[in-house]
Design a protein around this ligand. Structure first.
Ligand SMILES: Cc1cc2nc3c(=O)[nH]c(=O)nc-3n(C[C@H](O)[C@H](O)[C@H](O)COP(=O)(O)OP(=O)(O)OC[C@H]3O[C@@H](n4cnc5c(N)ncnc54)[C@H](O)[C@@H]3O)c2cc1C
Length: 192
């Protein structure tokens, strides 16, 4: 993990273990298991049921089940997620600085991510992918920031020796890139 003041570079598992040690000092009991149901008990409290059949009564329930990042359905994106296909320049930007970046345009279109990542590399190519129309003002902003723009659908990623080496378009063109930023859709992990 990066960008977390006083914990920069700490392995996430160590961060969690440290958090649990801190909780223990306050008498908090950590129960391992998947919650399948939280039901009001009719008396202002809750019954929490786990997948293995256990049940816990609670006066209050804080739902902190996190998010799922829904990545675009481009072959290779899910496999390289968090490695060289990245969504957060604040988490990873410094580590990949000055490399050839690609950015997969989101829909609805915004140039925000492409412009943002120019803080970490001067070599940024925006792939319009399925975006057909870009407003004039966005073309101007991208040109001013020195971002190259490639029209055409992205069909997949080129990977060599377990490293991203390029972005392949449906028409067969390959653009050498070693990092691809994509905007993921954050979806609540609520089982719905
Ligand atoms: C690839 C990647 C890299 C990142 N890098 C960084 C970084 O460098 N620095 C940084 O600050 N942030 C980083 N982030 C963001 C960071 O991971 C999140 O902001 C953070 O994990 C959110 O914490 P959370 O506790 O809200 O959710 P989560 O970390 O998602 O935790 C939710 C927990 O709830 C559990 N859970 C879910 N459903 C149930 C259920 N039904 N029953 C029981 N338990 C359940 C899950 O198993 C999980 O343990 C990164 C994210 C990604 C995807």
């Amino acid at each position: 993990m990066q960008g977390y003041l006083s914990r920069d570079g700490m392995p996430p598992a160590e961060f969690l273990a440290e958090g649990r040690r801190e909780l223990a000092r306050y008498g908090v009991r950590v129960v391992r298991g998947a919650v399948t149901e939280v039901l009001p008990d009719g008396r202002g409290e809750f019954g929490v049921r786990l997948s293995d059949g256990r049940a816990v009564d609670a006066r209050r329930v804080v739902v902190a089940t996190g998010l799922v990042d829904e990545a675009p359905a481009v072959p290779g994106v899910a496999e390289r997620w968090g490695r060289d296909v990245l969504h957060c320049p604040y988490c990873h930007g410094w580590e990949v600085r000055d490399r050839p970046f690609g950015v997969l345009a989101p829909e609805p279109f915004t140039s925000h991510q492409a412009l943002l990542v120019t803080q970490w590399s001067m070599d940024v190519t925006l792939f319009l992918h399925t975006v057909r129309e870009v407003p004039d003002v966005e073309w101007e902003r991208l040109a001013a920031a020195g971002v190259s723009v490639v029209e055409g659908e992205v069909a997949g990623l080129e990977v060599t020796d377990d490293r991203l080496t390029g972005v392949r378009l449906a028409d067969g063109r390959v653009f050498p890139r070693s990092v691809l930023f994509v905007a993921a859709r954050p979806v609540p992990r609520d089982g719905c």
